[in-house]
Design a protein around this ligand. Structure first.
Ligand code: TXA
Ligand code: MG
Length: 350
């Protein structure tokens, strides 16, 4: 398959590119496009054959359901059997935005899209290009992150091209995404509603609007024997090729410990990567040191996380040591993704 790569210039009229993307989607093809969270790999969600192509292109297990992307509340009513009152309140506040909600599905949603489930995940993104592509493609676009299954989610069109060239019909390049971690998933089919994946919209932000919200226990206790409620959360994700260890503790102790380990491994002939912050990068004396952002604004860390994991793959490092981050705000999403990338290998210094 030949993959068309089209760059969108936000200051220009891109009608032709959007129209072409829409035509491909309506004909059952695959189009990757930017959203504010990560790039998505889109297909017509109501066309089972099209949705199935997504699984093949990503190498994704077929029991892992897709999110349907829409641009308005009318579209929501068509694909779900009922919109709970709390969901209306949450939608009023946080849609369009980096939020996915789970509902009971209506009959028009094929099981090929929901991985055989009677529930459906729905997201209304705010990114302008995403919205144009969704509308042009018929209004119901299934889109997982546009990476090969198991690799870090793509935050640039180059990441998408690395993984999916020859496997999708078109990649719409809208530049780097804004947020950098996937949407929060909130299950509205249970009471109280439950967070199945942390993202930019936090528990506290939901509770402001609808009162109590719980968090899937398996996200808090990774050693739990229970299976996560979002099927995708059970797979080893975002895994860099190197062995990644997170070091947590008082910052001076963390930098000293990372320096010690980086020196040991370098001396033994290994290539070492270090994930530091603006506040600490000058302290590191060995290895391939990358600055992930500033602790003063963790959204900068979210924006760089997946890109840095991919860079370390390109650099072919053997070991990566990362600092740990605060779990307030978007920090809970950062630590969730980082812990997954590390296979939950975290060491705490006191
Ligand atoms: O930010 C995002 O959500 C991005 C962009 C492209 O919109 N999409 C994304 O999709 O992250 P994906 O497929 O990589 O992750 C979707 C997650 C998976 O963990 C999946 O198991 C879960 O959502 N999910 C989908 N439908 C579900 C359902 N009915 N019940 C529970 N979990 C569901
Ligand atoms: Mg994904």
């Amino acid at each position: 398959m030949k993959t068309i790569l089209e760059k969108i210039d936000k200051n220009q009229n891109n009608t032709d590119i959007i129209r072409e993307a829409g035509r491909i989607l309506k004909e059952g093809g695959l189009v990757a496009f930017p959203t504010e969270t990560v790039y998505g790999l889109g297909a017509d969600a109501l066309n089972e054959d099209a949705a199935k192509k997504i699984y093949a292109a990503k190498g994704r297990p077929s029991d892992n359901p897709l999110i349907i992307h829409i641009t308005n509340m009318k579209a929501l009513e068509k694909i779900v059997s009922e919109v709970p009152e709390k969901a209306v309140k949450v939608a009023e506040k946080y849609w369009p935005g980096p939020l996915t909600m789970i509902f009971n599905k209506s009959d028009i949603v094929p099981y090929g899209t929901t991985g055989g489930l009677d529930t459906v995940a729905v997201r209304m993104p705010v990114d302008a290009i995403a919205r144009e592509v969704i509308d042009a493609g018929g209004g119901y676009i299934a889109a997982p992150s546009a990476n090969t299954s198991g690799r870090p989610s793509p935050t640039t069109a180059q990441h998408v091209a690395e993984d999916l060239t020859g496997r999708v019909d078109m990649i719409v390049d809208g530049g780097a995404v804004e947020i950098g971690v996937e949407s929060t998933i909130l299950d509205m089919t249970v009471e109280p509603p439950m967070i199945l994946r942390p993202g930019a919209i936090t528990k506290e932000m939901f509770e402001e609007v609808i009162g109590e919200v719980t968090i899937d226990r398996t996200l808090i206790r990774p050693d739990s024997r229970q299976v996560p409620k979002a099927p995708g959360m059970k797979y080893r994700h975002y895994a860099p090729k190197a062995d990644l260890t997170i070091i947590e503790g008082p910052l001076e102790k963390v930098t000293a410990e990372i320096n010690k380990r980086a020196k040991e491994k370098s001396r033994a002939g290994y290539k070492v990567g270090i994930i530091g912050t603006e506040e600490t990068v000058a302290e590191y004396k060995a290895g391939d040191v990358k600055c992930i952002g500033t602790r003063a604004d963790e959204s900068t860390i979210a924006a760089n996380l997946f890109g840095i994991l991919r860079e370390f793959d390109d650099d072919q490092v053997d070991y990566i040591y990362s600092e740990s981050f605060d779990t307030a705000g978007i920090g809970s999403a950062i630590m969730n993704r980082l812990l997954k990338a590390a296979g939950h290998h975290i060491e705490k210094l006191v």
